[in-house]
Design a protein around this ligand. Structure first.
Ligand SMILES: [Zn+2]
Length: 59
């Protein structure tokens, strides 16, 4: 008998403070809430980490 394994995948949501552009990507080591990650692609605003969350999926 098989048992389903649940794993949690962490995601990071980046948001531009100027135009509000949001991007969801997989969490990578070193990501910290509210830290600056890059310049925005569509304006010259600063993109910061808005949210870090985990999603549980069954494999
Ligand atoms: Zn922007």
């Amino acid at each position: 008998m098989f048992s389903k394994e649940k794993i949690t995948i962490a995601y990071t949501v980046e948001k531009c403070g100027k135009c509000g552009m949001q991007k969801k990507r997989k969490f990578s080591a070193g990501d910290m809430l509210f830290s600056e990650v890059s310049k925005c692609d569509s304006c010259d605003g600063i993109v910061t980490i808005e949210k870090i969350f985990g999603e549980t999926v069954e494999q």
